[in-house]
Write a protein that binds this ligand. Structure first.
Ligand SMILES: [Cu+2]
Length: 144
């Protein structure tokens, strides 16, 4: 009986170490679509979780794979899919909430690709948050 209890406590401790006191901002599933080298631009998508009691904002991004990176939102304009840079406030991640950058919505636009976006390739991406500061992630190029 006692060994079972000790085992349970060990598992709990491990779980606490794994997910307790997580980072203020967690970024998961960072990816981009493969695109032919003739395409000058690419895009990165991701899921951003804010573990704090205050809203945060993604205000900038950069990557060695892009000459420049901009924060964009796709939208329909007179029946045509277009996109525009988000406002100066950036992309909001609500307090204790989540914001998803996805195909057809918010995305990090990779202007003037410096590398081939081939499936399986991984690129460093630096994200700049108003409160949480700099967060380094890796984007994986894959079909979806
Ligand atoms: Cu865009």
């Amino acid at each position: 009986m006692r060994s079972t209890w000790v085992w349970s406590m060990a598992v709990l401790a491990l779980l606490a170490a794994a997910c307790g006191s997580g980072a203020d901002i967690e970024v998961a599933d960072v990816w981009g679509r493969p695109s032919p080298s003739v395409a000058t631009n690419g895009a990165f998508y991701m899921v951003i979780t804010n573990n704090t009691e205050v809203a945060d904002h993604l205000v900038a991004a950069s990557s060695p794979a892009c000459a420049a990176a901009e924060l964009h939102e796709s939208m329909m304009n007179d029946g045509v899919m277009g996109m525009a840079q988000v406002g100066p406030a950036g992309i909001e991640i609500p307090a204790n909430g989540q914001t998803t950058l996805e195909v057809g919505g918010l995305h990090v636009m990779c202007i003037d690709k410096q590398a081939e976006f081939v499936a399986g390739e991984r690129f460093d991406v630096t994200l700049e948050f108003e409160n949480a500061g700099t967060v380094e992630v890796q984007a994986e190029i894959k079909e979806s």
